[in-house]
Design a protein around this ligand. Structure first.
Ligand code: PBG
Length: 332
């Protein structure tokens, strides 16, 4: 005797969950190394330089970055996103180091392209790693970040990157109109095949903390980035940002941070149907690692689950500090 309203449940959902083979057959999404973009920090030293707030992540020398490109190829990771650590003496008020064609990023790009030309290289277009005040743009005396003057710098920086072999530039600065300006410059300079991945919906987030530590801008940052990055309360605004960046010539768009913003990933990918990349940012990685180190969660399991959730939300790829570890687990 049971208490079911009928003699038995008409639909037994558990039939499709009873064994691994049927679960995989009925599965809706898959995660493979081809979904991952490996976030890599480079610095000007010889040795690996650990990032305290990102357990397991080191800043790499240019030589080791080239080895990482080879490792990505072996693992089936299609692309690497490169982020520079610039020491205090490499920073100035206008971030001039960002425009140096012999700077750290151009040198790393060349070494990586030489080592593994099959691996896509993505660069961060923004001045924050290079400015003494830690902002993504120029800083006027009254504390404002001038939009159009900053954009001209970003255009120059993007040209330096593609000149050194970047396949995709990813402007993360959130200035208005910068995608169109970069696209125009690329067309003029004959970089017609180079792609733009717009950080279209980038929020003013506390989850970037460990990253600012990693690129050496945590102590430098004056104020916050709320006059250019989005308010976490907003969702429609993200769609407007994406529409503008696509109209200006972006090939792909990014939503950042990742997990707390999966609703945005879902809205953007279903509304626009363009390649939508999610960025699982430093604070997300650090949370998972810290809880795992304390034995509070199963780190491997949560890593894989978090990455799969991006696929479910409609992301075509994920920038993540877990890329190497996850690809190894996936048997790449
Ligand atoms: C800015 C930039 C940031 C990140 C990537 N590019 C930080 C910021 O906007 O302050 C954060 C990435 C992360 O937290 O992993 N150029």
């Amino acid at each position: 005797m049971t208490h079911f309203p009928q003699a038995f449940p008409a639909t037994r959902m558990r039939r499709l969950r009873q064994a691994p083979w049927i679960r995989s057959l009925a599965g809706e999404n898959v995660l493979t190394p081809a979904d991952l973009i490996w976030a890599v920090f480079v610095h000007d030293g010889e040795d690996r330089m650990p990032v305290g707030s990102l357990p397991g992540i080191d800043r790499l020398s240019v030589k080791d970055a080239a080895r990482a490109a080879i490792r990505a190829r072996e693992l089936g990771i299609p692309a690497i996103a490169l982020f520079p650590y610039i020491g205090a003496d490499g920073k100035d008020e206008t971030g001039s180091g960002a425009l140096d064609p012999d700077g750290l990023v151009p040198r790393a790009l060349k070494a990586m392209k030489d080592a593994a030309p099959e691996v896509g290289l993505i660069t961060d277009v923004a001045l924050d790693a290079y400015t003494s005040h830690g902002h993504d743009g120029l800083l006027d005396e009254d504390g404002t970040i001038p939009n159009d003057a900053t954009t001209e710098k970003l255009v120059q920086q993007a040209l330096v990157h593609v000149g050194a072999g970047a396949d995709i530039v990813a402007p993360s600065d959130m200035m208005d109109g910068r995608i169109g300006a970069i696209r125009t410059a690329f067309e003029e300079e004959n970089f017609t095949n180079q792609m733009i991945l717009a950080y279209a919906a980038k929020y003013a987030s506390g989850f970037y903390g460990p990253y600012r530590d990693a690129i050496g801008s945590a102590t430098a940052l004056k104020g916050d980035k709320k006059t250019y990055q989005q308010d976490p309360a907003n969702s429609d605004e993200a769609l407007r940002e994406v529409a503008l960046d696509l109209a200006e010539g972006a090939d792909m768009v990014m939503v950042k941070p990742g997990l707390p913003y999966l609703d945005i990933v879902q809205r953007v990918s279903s509304t626009f149907g363009v390649p939508t990349i999610a960025y699982q940012v430093s604070g997300e990685y650090a949370q998972i690692k810290a809880a795992a180190q304390n034995g509070w969660i199963d780190g491997d399991r949560v890593m894989m689950e978090s990455l799969m959730c991006f696929k479910r939300a409609g992301a075509s790829g994920v920038i993540t500090y877990f890329a190497e570890e996850a690809a190894e687990k996936l048997g790449g």
